[in-house]
Design a binder for this molecule. Structure first.
Ligand SMILES: Nc1nc2c(ncn2[C@@H]2O[C@H](COP(=O)(O)OP(=O)(O)OP(=O)(O)O)[C@@H](O)[C@H]2O)c(=O)[nH]1
Ligand SMILES: [Mg+2]
Length: 328
């Protein structure tokens, strides 16, 4: 199942598919496999992925339900390769989009060599954390509990929290980390590798993610919108990248739509005299320029697609319904 998704991703990235997963120069004892970041929204899964990778490939925000797709980050060392899957936060869905997010996260579990169950140790376990652990019962691979945001947890509370999160599920290992400060992360990588079987790498060493450039551009636009809008708007937004055309050697023209569910939301995203849309565009453009290392002309438009979060065709079109990359 995962091999099919990888071949597909490599095709998207313009790379040849690996010859039946065999890389000729693999040293003896090389380890490789899949680790899945799992947890409720907002616990820091995407921040952890970016921190372990040393590069931002997943968008992050203080608002829950930021991640909407399964995203692979490929960690390469001399004798091992970890394919680390970031997943959407597990929650009780209120509409079809929410169901798609949970389905997408769950679709990563059957291939996992180890699940990294991420929790926010600065707060007590919630009903959503319990829901996450329920999904993991009988998962068929080791589970490691990651107590993230340890930088926010008063030292005197750490043991108590450690205890209460450990009661949610019997885990094979526990570690306290901070994705933000980097505390505990260098040890974590070595522990994850220990869970992997011997085998060749799944991705070439120069490929750090399975995501396409246009997907990442859409995500950076969505991230800028998430940061600048409030209430229900961040949850009602989808972004489609309609065109990417080089205008010269150093200028890329990008046309994208920010899709909302209602006319009133369109007005808010455009703002007075177009002020909000300009702010979103400026913020997204500088992030995209940093990522692509070239100048960008970003042409943003706002479209309304009524109730798209409950509409199967829209969810397919925006890439949120499970595709053959997730299931085969
Ligand atoms: N202080 C602190 N903040 C963190 C840490 N890790 C993540 N955060 C913050 O927590 C918020 C949520 O982080 P994300 O990485 O988007 O969380 P997520 O689990 O991927 O959330 P979803 O995609 O919604 O499931 C952001 O504001 C991060 O900056 C940490 O170790 N310490
Ligand atoms: Mg996330």
């Amino acid at each position: 199942m995962i091999e099919a998704a990888i071949s597909e991703a490599m095709k998207d990235a313009g790379k040849p598919a690996p010859p039946s997963g065999i890389f000729p120069e693999v040293p003896e004892g090389f380890r490789s496999g899949f680790a899945v970041l799992w947890g409720r929204p907002n616990v820091g899964k995407s921040t952890l992925l970016n921190a372990l990778l040393g590069e931002k490939i997943a968008i992050v925000s203080p608002k829950p339900q930021t991640t909407r797709n399964r995203i692979a980050g490929v960690l390469n060392w001399e004798n091992s390769q970890v394919v680390l899957w970031d997943t959407p936060g597990i929650h009780r869905p209120k509409h079809r989009l929410g169901e798609c997010l949970v389905e997408s996260a769950r679709s990563a579990l059957p291939d996992a060599e180890v699940v990294l169950f991420v929790v926010d140790v600065s707060v007590k376990p919630s009903e959503e954390d319990a829901l996450c652990s329920d999904h993991l019962r009988g998962v068929g691979c080791p589970v490691m509990l990651l107590l993230n945001k340890v930088d926010l947890c008063p030292a005197e509370d750490l043991d108590k929290r450690w205890q209460s999160y450990s009661e949610l599920l019997r885990c094979d290992k526990v570690a306290a980390v901070s994705a933000l400060t980097g505390a505990g992360l260098s040890d974590l990588a070595a522990v994850v590798v220990d869970f992997l079987p011997e085998g060749p790498p799944y991705f070439p060493a120069d490929m750090i993610t399975d995501q396409t450039e246009s997907f990442m551009i859409g995500e950076l636009i969505r991230e800028a919108t998430l940061h600048l809008t409030h209430q229900e708007i961040p949850y009602s937004i989808a972004v489609t990248v309609e065109e990417m055309t080089p205008r010269s050697e150093s200028l890329l023209y990008i046309a994208a739509n920010v899709v909302v569910e209602r006319d009133s939301q369109k007005g808010i995203v455009i703002g007075n005299g177009g002020k909000m849309l300009r702010q979103i565009g400026e913020s997204a453009r500088s992030e995209i320029e940093r990522k692509l290392d070239c100048k960008v002309f970003l042409d943003l438009h706002v479209k309304v697609r009524e109730k798209w979060r409950s509409d199967e065709a829209s969810l397919q079109r925006f890439g949120y319904a499970l595709s053959r990359r997730d299931v085969s």
